[in-house]
Design a protein around this ligand. Sequence first.
Ligand SMILES: *[C@@H]1O[C@H](CO)[C@@H](O)[C@H](O)[C@H]1NC(C)=O
Ligand SMILES: *[C@@H]1O[C@H](CO)[C@@H](O)[C@H](O)[C@H]1NC(C)=O
Ligand SMILES: *[C@@H]1O[C@H](CO)[C@@H](O)[C@H](O)[C@H]1NC(C)=O
Ligand SMILES: *[C@@H]1O[C@H](CO)[C@@H](O)[C@H](O)[C@H]1NC(C)=O
Length: 510
Amino acid sequence: MSLSQFLLIQLLILLVCFTFQSTATKKNVLLILVDDLRHLSDEMVILPNVKKLVNEGANFKNAYTQQALCAPSRNSMLTGRRPDSLRLYDFYNYWRDKVGNFTTLPQFFKDNGYETYSIGKVFHPGISSNFTDDYPYSWSQQPYHPPTEKYKDAAVCKDEETKKLQSNLLCPVNVRHQPGGTLPDLQSLGHAVDFLSNRNSSRPFFLAVGFYKPHIPIKYPEEYLARIPINKVSPPRHPFMSPNTPLVSWHPWTDIRRRDDIARLNISFPFGTMPYEWSLKIRQNYYAAATYVDDLIGELLSYVDRRNTIVVLTSDHGWSLGENGLWAKYSNFDVALKVPLIFSAPGIHSRNIHTPVELVDIFPTLVDLSGLSHNIPKCNKLDKSLLCFEGKSLKPFMVDDYTTFGSHFAISQYPRPSVYPKKNSDKPRLKYIKIMGYSIKTKRFRYTEWVSFNNTLFTVDWNKLFGLELYDHLTDPDESNNLYLVHKYKNIKQYLSRLLRSHVNRYNTN
Ligand SMILES: *[C@@H]1O[C@H](CO)[C@@H](O)[C@H](O)[C@H]1NC(C)=O
Ligand SMILES: *[C@@H]1O[C@H](CO)[C@@H](O)[C@H](O)[C@H]1NC(C)=O
Ligand SMILES: *[C@@H]1O[C@H](CO)[C@@H](O)[C@H](O)[C@H]1NC(C)=O
Ligand SMILES: *[C@@H]1O[C@H](CO)[C@@H](O)[C@H](O)[C@H]1NC(C)=O
């Protein structure tokens, strides 16, 4: 054998080993997305299965969505780009056709040999994912939707007062009496279990499971209501809008008022508040629905081989439960922006991380944890490259000793049609958006500027301000006292304003 033949054989052996190793070490990914689940860990409600995951993994206690609305948040998380970069603040724009052919998180894994599959609500359905959940680009096969999701707004809620079946906000049900004798999340769970149990493929998988609850209507198996006795439910700590909150930060939670049980209460528009007794009832039902989803998560995880799977659990945004007089999402308050974010995988230390992080960080983090690539660039201003990151990998927090790492902050935004709350203030369509609220969360502060927004040029005018908010979470975690005029905070306000503006200007057309 000549030397060159010998070297060739050595090279072949090396190649075979390398290929074998890289497929053998590829970990599966399970992304669990819960719809409208706020960060609950510090409250009375215990989610035992989420807690178990927390105890086994890296728990980001200050993780924030980029916008507290389903479609912008999900597209942002799944492309790793901010709403400004996708030009999506409502439900009506598909990035591939209108902005750029950006690679998504599941698509990246698909392109790297993974079988990718979507079950339930992962992309927001409709225009923003081209009515296909971005299939075939993101997924190896057609996404699964539970058939009973078509009854989501059906009048199936037994009303305590009228004794009729209505389209209520609060909707504990007897599952056997529901159409098909089941509920959408139960069907999704069954389908996910089938997928995990019956796969023959030797390829690794990227499975995304999106549960629909506790999103309204708060419809769930009635037995979960008994787990949350009403006398154990505490009211919101600051149930009224505080006098120094700018009007533009208020949203009238129109879709809550509209449900049959709430409409009956005749709450005046736009500032009327929820009666005390109903505040408690909504909180009780929301917690009960969250424990229902927690059970589904526990069941799902029991089918996952945790030794070779990266599990991520998060939500698209938080939910106000009566704080500052507000309900649902649609705002820049901390309760609407903060989400659970937990990573669990072999090699990840169990720990709490308090540094603010963002949902746009999930894409780079999973790429980093999976070891698939180390050189995806950071996006530049209006970057049209198909693959670049606006967030950053959170892996250093999980495997190194970076618990108090650096000067991280989270940026979020929310659009408004006007300062004074109107019927469409909760979710204005692009053509009505006149104001954008940009918000920055540092470890201690939340600072928000509501500024003029041009909905055709996508520019902001920082000189036209409609409201400013500064909250000191050290003394006021409930954001009930706006400090923007307090002299003592003048310097921190200026500092946060500069930081916020320079960061926002990096991604929009200014
Ligand atoms: C967009 O990207 C997909 C997947 O990489 C590719 O198949 C498709 O041709 C691209 N579309 C355009 C218009 O470039
Ligand atoms: C989105 O859907 C429309 C209508 O089905 C289709 O014409 C268009 O090509 C789709 N966009 C992409 C990027 O696939
Ligand atoms: C796996 O293989 C079995 C036996 O060949 C087959 O019945 C089953 O449908 C396959 N499962 C999938 C998900 O392809
Ligand atoms: C709400 O308004 C309707 C119609 O004006 C009235 O019949 C009803 O009694 C009111 N209910 C409450 C709780 O005030």
